[in-house]
Design a protein. Structure first.
Length: 84
């Protein structure tokens, strides 16, 4: 629907987040224009935060990295350290 010419790879906006504490997996739709830094697990109620070097919870615990990262960008330059 909303295709743009610069994107070579189609952006996957859906990701399955797996909680590192209890293993609960939840299918989520990612916001395409912002990062989700916190995520509350529906299984154990733990508040998940990105691992060091990751910009959002989807990059750390999701089956897909967040849309900006899929496009080869970094979404939150203030939150992510250098990982290269
Ligand atoms: Zn959990």
């Amino acid at each position: 629907m909303n295709q743009r010419s610069y994107a070579v790879t189609p952006i996957v906006a859906e990701s399955t987040l797996t909680c590192p504490y209890c293993g609960h997996a939840e299918h989520e739709t990612m916001p395409v224009d912002t990062c989700q830094y916190f995520y509350k697990c529906a299984g154990c109620g733990e508040l998940l935060r990105p691992k060091a070097g990751d910009c959002c919870v989807f990059c750390s615990y999701g089956s897909q990295p967040c849309p900006p990262v899929q496009q080869g960008q970094r979404c939150a330059d203030d939150a992510a350290g250098d990982r290269a």
